[in-house]
Design a protein around this ligand. Structure first.
Ligand SMILES: *[C@@H]1O[C@H](CO)[C@@H](O)[C@H](O)[C@H]1NC(C)=O
Ligand SMILES: *[C@@H]1O[C@H](CO)[C@@H](O)[C@H](O)[C@H]1NC(C)=O
Ligand SMILES: *[C@@H]1O[C@H](CO)[C@@H](O)[C@H](O)[C@H]1NC(C)=O
Ligand SMILES: *[C@@H]1O[C@H](CO)[C@@H](O)[C@H](O)[C@H]1NC(C)=O
Ligand SMILES: *[C@@H]1O[C@H](CO)[C@@H](O)[C@H](O)[C@H]1NC(C)=O
Ligand SMILES: *[C@@H]1O[C@H](CO)[C@@H](O)[C@H](O)[C@H]1NC(C)=O
Ligand SMILES: *[C@@H]1O[C@H](CO)[C@@H](O)[C@H](O)[C@H]1NC(C)=O
Ligand SMILES: *[C@@H]1O[C@H](CO)[C@@H](O)[C@H](O)[C@H]1NC(C)=O
Ligand SMILES: [Zn+2]
Ligand SMILES: [Zn+2]
Length: 588
């Protein structure tokens, strides 16, 4: 997460009760105050107030409008300062001031973010032809539906529908075959600097690394904390527990995010160390099991950035992360995967005849990936490649499991990418049998629905990290060895608060639910999932299934559930289930 986008992003995170402000006055103050900061270290009171007034707008549509217009003013000032030949130090100074005005990261994180991001920001301003404030705001703040009149939509061509994609591969069910057991791990967010007993209620965006707690309850817990990422002990316990409890794992899906949320202080060196350590743990814990890993947005440095491989200046390239992935993943993957990993962080493997894993680097679509500003057209030709792989799989009558860190329909996945991705899934909905995602840390699922029928499902494996407010989890899927359809899964968690009460003993893991039992399904076929969806959308606010879905979403965490899910929240959750494109999620 980062940069000048963030300065504006934070304008929205607080919702107040202030009425409709006078728009023009606010924007004038924003413009004036932002300009003044170029020459002064004093933050004008009127600027702080105007920012607060925008935060206080309650009407979503009005707020979006104000956020977009404010964004364009701030971005406009940054761009013209640079275009007037301001040097790197001047820009750093200005960006830091803006960070302090527009975010609540605090001076330490602002300092770190700007130092890490400045060269990328300047690269985009200097070398992206016709870089406008509207381009910046429409991409970086797309969830406010900011508009760029000059945006050029791009399209990935699809082959015509095929007759081949019948059910033939799945129709010959040999019922005597055992199911496959697939372990899903995601979003571990290992914090190498985690310090037991340090301050868990700090001022920075991530805690538990330093400081003295103001009272004993605020001390960083032994097994982790709700404002914090994951201590090593918790990861060791996780792997031991899985090894002890599950003797029959056939495959492991790891859907990304190893590195901690201290994104304002990453380095290639420290990210590399965390990634290597965790993958070595996996290798040691599961010596005979194939792991299919993918990248999370946090693996990169600077966090979230995935530069084109031909970046003109070597000091802004993020190429190292693809090289590292290729080196580290080779212990589980065939050699043929190397070239696409090195060229974009994605790959495909034929697990056995008829069963293919396709592993994406969907982090490229994340709106925090500033390289989208430079060039947003199908980064690394990944979607083009995806279509080719799926067309071939269709021809060969293979079934596909699709691994992707960012779930379909994420609000912050570049809308053009998201839209093209959804079209690809719809075209190949008989070939792709399921998606496996992470990133949101929430236990949730998404359904692709077309003509009133479910045509695909995306499972989110939630997170092992407890950041922020969650309990930790892992998941075991049961998969039909012929159809490759997920027939059920078990979700395992423990209560972090309880665990921390007994730091001397390992956490009490337990099975929270199985999907089939929890939702009263006879199977997870698409018609069954459609009837589940219909049940969840019935009864308005009085829906027991949605209530339950919410509890599972937060993994029963007291902290998460202390915010009750009102009717608006319930409607939104249901809406997200059926939104598999960013631009439909906007309406939720
Ligand atoms: C924003 O709303 C808060 C209450 O939610 C209020 O105390 C504050 O004065 C408001 N700020 C501005 C600048 O309107
Ligand atoms: C499915 O079964 C039919 C008839 O038993 C057989 O002809 C066909 O080859 C089988 N297909 C596969 C993919 O095994
Ligand atoms: C799944 O099927 C393959 C053949 O397609 C077989 O080799 C493998 O042993 C089966 N796995 C299980 C767990 O039954
Ligand atoms: C992975 O584990 C195996 C067996 O425990 C070991 O021989 C191998 O060296 C490990 N590979 C790496 C890259 O750590
Ligand atoms: C891994 O597989 C090898 C060879 O198949 C076997 O000798 C070894 O005991 C297995 N290790 C474990 C931990 O299951
Ligand atoms: C990166 O390259 C730019 C352009 O050559 C240069 O101005 C800047 O100082 C470099 N940054 C670092 C950290 O080396
Ligand atoms: C909807 O309401 C009816 C009547 O109160 C109840 O029987 C049913 O279980 C409810 N359905 C769900 C999914 O909550
Ligand atoms: C989303 O975008 C697609 C393609 O641009 C368009 O067909 C669709 O109507 C849009 N949906 C919404 C809700 O804006
Ligand atoms: Zn994450
Ligand atoms: Zn993520």
């Amino acid at each position: 997460m980062v940069t000048l986008a963030h300065f504006i992003f934070l304008i929205i995170t607080v919702t107040g009760i202030y009425g409709y402000p006078q728009q023009d006055g606010i924007l004038e103050q924003i413009n004036l105050g932002t300009k003044q900061l170029q020459h002064s270290n004093v933050i004008p009171q009127s600027l702080t107030e105007s920012v607060q007034k925008i935060k206080n707008i309650t009407d979503a549509k009005q707020k979006s409008e104000m956020v977009c217009r404010a964004c364009e003013m701030v971005a406009g000032n940054v761009i013209s300062l640079r275009k007037s030949l301001a040097d790197r130090d001047t820009m750093i100074d200005y960006l830091k001031k803006l960070c302090n005005v527009y975010t609540d990261f605090g001076p330490i994180a602002c300092e770190g973010y700007v130092n890490l991001d400045v060269d990328t920001v300047l690269f985009v301003i200097d070398y992206r032809a016709n870089f406008t404030p509207a381009r910046f705001c429409s991409i970086r703040l797309q969830e406010y539906q900011c508009i760029d009149p000059q945006a050029e939509p791009w399209v990935i061509p699809l082959p015509p529908p095929s007759q081949l994609a019948s059910e033939s591969a799945t129709s010959n069910k040999t019922t005597d075959s055992k199911p496959l057991n697939i372990l899903h791990l995601t979003d571990i967010h290992y914090d190498a600097l985690y310090k037991h007993g340090s301050d868990a209620q700090c001022k920075e965006p991530l805690c538990c690394e330093e400081g003295t707690p103001s009272k004993p309850e605020n001390a960083a817990g032994y097994w982790g904390d709700y404002n914090c990422d994951t201590p090593l002990e918790a990861i060791e316990d996780l792997l031991k527990r899985i090894n002890d409890k599950h003797k029959n794992i056939d495959l492991i899906y790891f859907t990304g995010d190893i590195v901690s949320h201290k994104s304002w202080a990453t380095s290639i060196q420290s990210n590399r160390e965390s990634i290597r350590l965790i993958l070595q743990f996996f290798n040691k814990s599961f010596p005979n099991i194939t792991i299919f890993p993918i990248l999370g947005n946090h693996e990169s440095h600077p966090s979230d950035y995935f530069s084109p491989l031909n970046a003109l200046f070597t000091n802004v390239t993020t190429e190292w992360i693809f090289d590292l992935a290729a080196d580290e993943w080779i212990k589980w993957l065939p050699i043929e995967t190397q070239s696409t990993i090195i060229n974009g962080g994605y790959y495909t493997v034929l697990v056995k005849p008829g069963f293919r894993v396709v592993a994406l680097n969907s982090n490229v679509c994340f709106s925090s990936n500033l390289w989208l500003l430079y060039d947003d057209k199908d980064p690394f030709n990944q979607l083009l490649w995806l279509v080719k792989v799926l067309a071939q799989a269709e021809q060969n009558n293979e079934k596909v499991h699709l691994l992707s860190h960012i779930p379909p329909g994420e609000l912050t996945c570049h809308k053009q990418w998201s839209n093209q991705f959804a079209k690809i899934v719809k075209r190949f909905s008989k070939t792709i049998v399921a998606h496996f995602n992470g990133h949101t840390h929430t236990d949730e699922f998404r359904l692709f629905i077309e003509d009133d029928q479910v045509i695909n499902i995306a499972f989110n494996g939630a997170s092992f990290t407890t950041f922020k407010t969650f309990n930790p989890n892992y998941r075991m899927y049961e998969v039909d060895n012929n159809s490759l359809v997920v027939s059920d899964y078990d979700q395992y968690i423990y209560d972090l608060k309880q665990a921390n009460k007994n730091s001397g003993t390992p956490p009490q893991w337990y099975k929270l639910y199985s999907f089939k039992d929890a939702y009263g399904l006879k199977d997870l076929s698409f018609p069954s999932l459609k009837s589940l969806y219909d049940k969840m959308t019935s009864n308005g606010s009085n829906n027991a299934l949605v209530e339950q879905y919410y509890k599972y979403a937060g993994k029963m965490s007291e902290v998460y559930l202390s915010v009750p899910c009102d009717i608006k929240c319930k409607k939104q959750m249901i809406c997200f289930i059926s939104s598999v494109e960013a631009n439909t999620s906007f309406n939720c």
